[in-house]
Design a protein around this ligand. Structure first.
Ligand code: SF4
Length: 437
């Protein structure tokens, strides 16, 4: 009997990608085959994203495409939390399940196309099936979020924080490392809040008990001998404790902190976690302990009520904080977000636009001067793409997909996943250029 074939569409952020990996892992484990095209597959699963209105549109379009090319469609992911929106446009989808509802996705798949029964054949590699390249992997440590930022609907979609026990996370990390993964990207909605919901409960890992705590988990991950990168960390005081691990080389000297803004007014209106912290002072102290720490962040300009003065505070803050990499979004109203009901004056579209350009210009200068400091150094670089004697890679200071690259020449062929020492010859505004030594 031929294995049933499932076509899979994964939309949204790296967090959704991890959900997709898990579903695909399960599908394969149960004997399904993953099809490359909707056409000819027995079923399509669409993992949707509902974070911004534009993402919802993209999700609805993907569902529409799957319906017309195949007709048997199961919808899961963030948009599954608002089934009416989906049914309104696509009344004939087979089933709709919410985010992280692995069991219900599988139940819907079983009902639509029962799995082939092959009890002696287990094709699943122990590290699971990954959609990301083999040499790095996203490690999701919790679901949901206890914060209530006013522009965000993730807590409404995904609920409060639910942390995985530390031993669970570490087992997965070890499996990935054993499968050849060289870099782990730790993700969650709020990584520094890890374990709060389960009162930092300890679990047994190897011969010891490990608390479900940001520091304890980072320390254990740091013992695995691979690169460990921390994403979505907030500048709470306890983050200070992790910086020495970075200075010792256990965890990458990299922090992804979505600051979103710097002006106290705007941060207050956004209800950002840790918004009262003196972040500049904190970053300075971190760099005293770990001088090569790279800080990446994202910001929103044009949040309702943002004045010219607030915006200038943000620009000055960028100069002072010396943020290595920054992404910037123009505020977009999200249906259901509290920011829309706050009675704050909207920032006109053309002002948002202009502020976005001013932000990017200022940040480019900061990034470029941070990158310039790397010229002449010999740095370890992980290879993401290799083409004989030329390759593209990243230093410890850059995460895949969101930060910059190192373009490398070598006298020897390079392979994806290698970590090489590269002498940095020059830098432009985004990338580095160097020679393997
Ligand atoms: S921290 Fe704020 S922006 Fe991030 S998921 Fe939680 S509520 Fe949303």
């Amino acid at each position: 009997m031929n294995a049933p074939r499932v076509s899979f569409v994964s939309l949204g952020c790296p967090k959704a990608l991890v959900d997709s990996e898990r579903i695909i892992t399960r599908l394969r484990a149960e004997g399904y085959e993953i099809a490359r095209k909707h056409d000819g597959a027995d079923l399509v699963v669409v993992n949707t994203c509902g974070f911004l209105d534009s993402a919802r549109d993209e999700s609805l379009a993907a569902i529409g495409q799957a319906m017309s090319e195949n007709g048997k469609v199961i919808v899961t992911g963030c948009m599954g939390a608002t089934p009416d929106l989906i049914r309104e446009k696509h009344p004939n989808v087979l089933a709709i399940t919410g985010p992280q509802a692995y069991e219900s996705v599988m139940a819907a798949v079983h009902e639509a196309v029962p799995a082939a029964y092959e009890p002696y054949i287990d094709l699943i590699p122990p590290q699971g099936v990954k959609l990301t390249p083999r040499h790095y992997a996203y490690l999701k440590i919790s679901e949901g979020c206890n914060n209530r930022c006013t522009f965000c609907i993730i807590p409404a979609l995904r609920g409060d924080l639910v942390s995985r026990p530390a031993a669970d996370v570490l087992r997965e990390a070890e499996r990935l490392a054993n499968a050849g993964v060289k870099e782990l990207l730790v993700i969650s909605q709020d990584t520094s809040a890890y374990g709060v919901d389960i009162k930092y409960q300890a679990s047994v890992w190897k011969d010891r008990e490990v608390r479900a705590k940001f520091l304890d988990l980072s320390r254990e991950l740091g013992e695995m001998g691979i690169w460990v990168r921390l994403h979505y960390v907030y500048p709470y005081p306890h983050v200070d404790e992790v910086i020495p691990l970075m200075a010792e080389g256990k965890v990458l000297p990299y922090l992804d902190i979505p600051f979103q803004h710097a002006a106290p007014n705007v941060l207050k209106n956004m209800r950002r976690p840790a918004h009262q912290e003196k972040t500049l002072e904190r970053i300075r102290r971190w760099r005293d302990i770990c001088p090569d720490l790279a800080v990446r962040s994202t910001f929103i300009v044009g949040f309702p009520g943002e004045t010219e003065e607030d915006f200038e505070i943000l620009l000055d803050w960028l100069d002072e904080a010396k943020i290595d990499r920054a992404g910037c979004f123009k505020y977009e109203p999200v249906g259901g977000a509290r920011s829309e009901a706050m009675d704050l004056p909207a920032v006109p579209q053309e002002v948002k636009e202009a502020r976005w350009h001013r932000f990017m210009q200022r940040q480019q200068k900061v990034s470029a001067s941070q990158l310039q400091k790397k010229v002449g150094k010999r740095l370890p670089v992980i290879i993401d793409e290799a083409n004989g004697l030329a390759a593209r890679g990243r230093t410890k200071y850059d995460a895949p997909e969101i930060d910059g690259n190192v373009h490398i020449q070598s006298r020897r062929p390079m392979r994806v996943g290698d970590i090489l020492t590269v002498k940095i010859d020059r830098a432009d505004a985004y990338d580095l250029y160097g020679t393997a030594v």
